[in-house]
Design a protein around this ligand. Structure first.
Ligand code: PEP
Ligand code: MG
Length: 352
């Protein structure tokens, strides 16, 4: 905090604020235009969301849909498990906000860094413990209520995609699909005879699954790379521990190689893939992801207009060369320096 700042300092801060506002306006003016590279590669941009507030205007402002709706957020805001009908209301509002565009709803991803006050979990190693799909498969009564609520909210619309978090083995996918089928038949019979079957996908967060994409592709309709957790597990670095925060680096060339491998294998097995971790909303991350061929990115609302603007100013062909260089570097700092130099040379300094 600055006590009694000088008039010069106040003036400088005011200038910075108005420059930032002008920049944001330039970005948002272009949001209605499609995110297409200079050489016409279309990249679909989606929103990550968890709170209902302002979702409607965000979608209207140019996202291709909701790429990650974190259902644990409404669960965390309540003093108890929300009932099926309460969940239906929330999910309907999310689907409505997307005005017919796809919505990827993730089933409850609690545990690890996302506690529920009314479900205390005491573990020595919560990030390697009872989280995400592990917890819901152990509590089918919770899982089935949530699946039914999603299906009931969706009814005859074909927007709904259901995403399973923290999957580490194929059996979990098979079990979850069996529960989904049960919920689907129940809702169809009881409430909505014309119920549309949702698409089903998994988060790619646990490294072992990077090497089972062929089998994954036989089971699900899509995958979404959770680069936040994937980085944490590939580097064995707690994403929330400040002592090791300098080691938590999504630009580590080993992570980039893993992401490239995932993209290549998803292509090989015709498995649609998106990225929904923080990397997909960072200019340097987007440059590298687009270079790898990722064409579905899901990000926070604050990044959407900026990333759209950036994609419209780069050429996919140039980026491939940049990616080859990045993959051969020693560490994340060098990768950031390389992409920063590229952005400067392309006169895209506003992203730095
Ligand atoms: C991720 O792990 O990248 C992700 C998007 O999920 P969350 O951040 O909610 O764990
Ligand atoms: Mg995650």
């Amino acid at each position: 905090m600055l006590v009694s700042p000088t008039p010069t300092l106040i003036r400088e801060y005011r200038q910075l604020i108005s420059a930032e506002k002008a920049l944001q306006k330039r970005f948002s003016d272009e949001l209605p235009l499609p995110a297409k590279t200079l050489d016409e590669r279309r990249v679909h941009l989606y929103l990550n969301a968890g709170l209902l507030s302002s979702l409607a205007s965000e979608i209207a402002e140019g996202a291709d849909g909701i790429g990650l709706y974190r259902t644990e957020i409404p669960f965390m805001l309540q003093p108890r498990f929300p009932s099926e009908s309460e969940q239906v209301e929330v999910y309907k509002q999310v689907l409505d906000a997307a005005i017919g565009r796809p919505v990827v709803m993730r089933t409850l991803d609690v545990g690890g860094d996302k506690p529920l006050s009314y479900l205390p979990i005491i573990e020595e190693n919560p990030f390697l413990g009872w989280r995400g799909i592990r917890l819901t498969l152990d509590h089918p009564e919770l899982f089935l209520v949530q699946l039914r609520a999603m299906l009931n909210a969706s009814a005859a619309r074909d927007q709904l995609h259901i995403l399973l978090p923290m999957v580490c083995c194929l059996d979990e996918i098979d079990q979850a699909i069996a529960y989904l089928e049960q919920a689907y038949l129940e809702v169809k019979q009881d409430l909505h005879p014309h119920l549309v079957r949702p698409k089903i996908g998994i988060m790619l967060e646990v490294p072992a699954l990077l090497f089972q994409l062929e089998e994954v592709a036989k089971r699900v309709d899509f995958v979404s790379v959770g680069s936040n957790d994937l980085t944490q597990y590939l580097l064995a670095v707690d994403r929330n521990n400040p002592r090791v925060s300098t080691l938590y680096d999504c630009y580590h060339p080993g992570i980039l190689r893993a992401l490239k491998h995932a993209r290549i294998d998803c292509d090989k097995y015709q498995l649609p893939v998106s990225v929904c971790g923080e990397l997909a909303g960072e200019p340097i991350g987007v440059i590298l992801l687009v270079a790898m061929g990722y064409d579905q990115l899901s990000m926070n609302q604050g990044s959407l207009a900026k990333i759209n603007y950036l994609i419209r100013r780069v050429s996919y062909a140039d980026l491939s060369e940049l990616l080859d260089k990045a993959l051969s570097l020693t560490n994340g700092t060098e990768v950031r320096q390389l992409v920063t130099a590229y952005l400067k040379a392309a006169q895209l300094d506003e992203f730095l």
